[in-house]
Write a protein that binds this ligand. Structure first.
Ligand code: RAM
Length: 359
């Protein structure tokens, strides 16, 4: 009996000791620093807030451009940025106004926008700039309204596009016959600049004397409307030898229509395309070659420019320079533009595999 009592007493002591030890450590643990505190850069100041408003959502071209923003942001530290990619469903300037206003309300540091008009956004741009938001036009400029933006990030020097695109169309058509242009929206600042330059090249260069531009039609950067316009061209002009589409949406739609009509190789389709969307048409011969630049580079450069302003005293005035980690130094040109590249690149069977996985 006495032995039993002693055993129970010993057990109580062991259990009580265990509970005491448990509470002792249990109490201590939350107070003990687990790891040294990491310095939190964003806690020292506001995050750098960047908005990118594309012409419209649903166009993978702009999603490709947006990946460049993410790339630079992750190099410079995600915790230092707030990045917002949002815009209208249809490519109209009026529909972009509310997104500019959101950037103002959000006290954005910089707003990048592919404007759907050369003039319609001027007053909201003025409002944004008066509120301290930098306004950058991206992927194009707003000719005639340059005073309403801080600078423009250009994919290439636009002066090169008219000549380069006409030469591509001419070469593929054997410098002979009729062709049509399938553009984006009637007001598109970029396409209107290029189409103007193409027309001038067609008129001025004797090389193209036997080529005739029959019509310029507009697919609004919507796939279905672009395809309908391409179909209409085929039935309206039975002798058509070429479609030149300086929009990634239009060129892919035109290729689809030409292929479905059994006209691959007979009607030449070229213009500006996105390699990932165009690979199938290059491989099956519907398109011999098209041009573009590197859309992600534009977003990448943009982030570094804002970073330079926030951290290194850069201001976006002509002559000002900033440096990027992967692409080197950029300088704002006298006209307020920053050229990502000088000339467009040619994409064809020789390199489509390499680029179609990138953008
Ligand atoms: C479309 C858009 C864009 C243009 C490209 C080539 O995706 O219209 O603005 O740069 O095509």
């Amino acid at each position: 009996m006495r032995k039993n009592i002693l055993m129970v007493a010993a057990l109580i002591v062991v259990i009580a000791g265990g509970i005491a030890v448990f509470f002792a450590f249990g109490k201590k643990t939350p107070e003990a620093p687990l790891i040294a505190q990491q310095p939190n850069v964003s806690a020292r100041g506001k995050k750098i807030t960047i908005y990118f408003i594309p012409k419209n959502l649903g166009n993978v071209y702009f999603e490709a451009l947006s990946t460049g923003f993410y790339d630079a942001i992750s190099e410079l530290g995600d915790e230092n940025f707030k990045y917002v990619y949002s815009g209208p469903q249809v490519a109209e300037a009026d529909n972009q106004i509310e997104f500019v206003k959101k950037a103002i309300q959000d006290k954005a540091d910089a707003l990048f926008i592919s404007a759907n008009s050369n003039t319609a956004l001027n007053s909201v741009f003025d409002e944004a700039r008066a509120a301290g938001v930098r306004v950058y036009i991206i992927n194009q400029d707003i000719p005639g309204s340059e005073a309403h933006r801080d600078a423009a990030i250009m994919p290439v020097n636009f002066d090169t596009i008219g000549r380069a695109q006409m030469e591509l169309m001419g070469e593929q058509m054997g410098y002979e016959g009729s062709f049509a242009i399938l553009s984006a929206t009637v007001d598109a600042p970029d396409q209107n600049t290029w189409v103007g330059l193409m027309k001038k090249e067609l008129e001025d260069n004797p090389k193209y004397a036997k080529m005739e531009l029959v019509e310029v039609v507009y697919g609004d950067d919507q796939l279905e409307k672009s395809a309908a316009e391409a179909k209409a061209l085929l039935s309206k002009y039975p002798d058509l030898k070429g479609i030149l589409s300086p929009t990634t949406v239009g060129i892919a739609a035109a290729c689809q229509v030409v292929r479905e009509s059994g006209m691959s190789g007979k009607i030449k389709v070229t213009g500006l395309g996105l390699p990932s969307q165009m690979a199938e048409f290059i491989l099956d011969g519907t398109c011999e070659g098209f041009q573009l630049w590197n859309p992600p580079y534009e977003g990448y450069i943009s982030v570094y420019m804002v970073w330079a302003e926030k951290k290194e005293g850069f201001t976006p005035v002509p002559g000002a320079k900033f440096t990027t980690r992967k692409l080197g130094e950029y300088t704002i040109q006298p006209n307020g533009q920053i050229l990502t590249l000088e000339n467009p690149m040619l994409y064809d069977k020789s390199n489509i595999g390499k680029y179609s996985v990138l953008f």
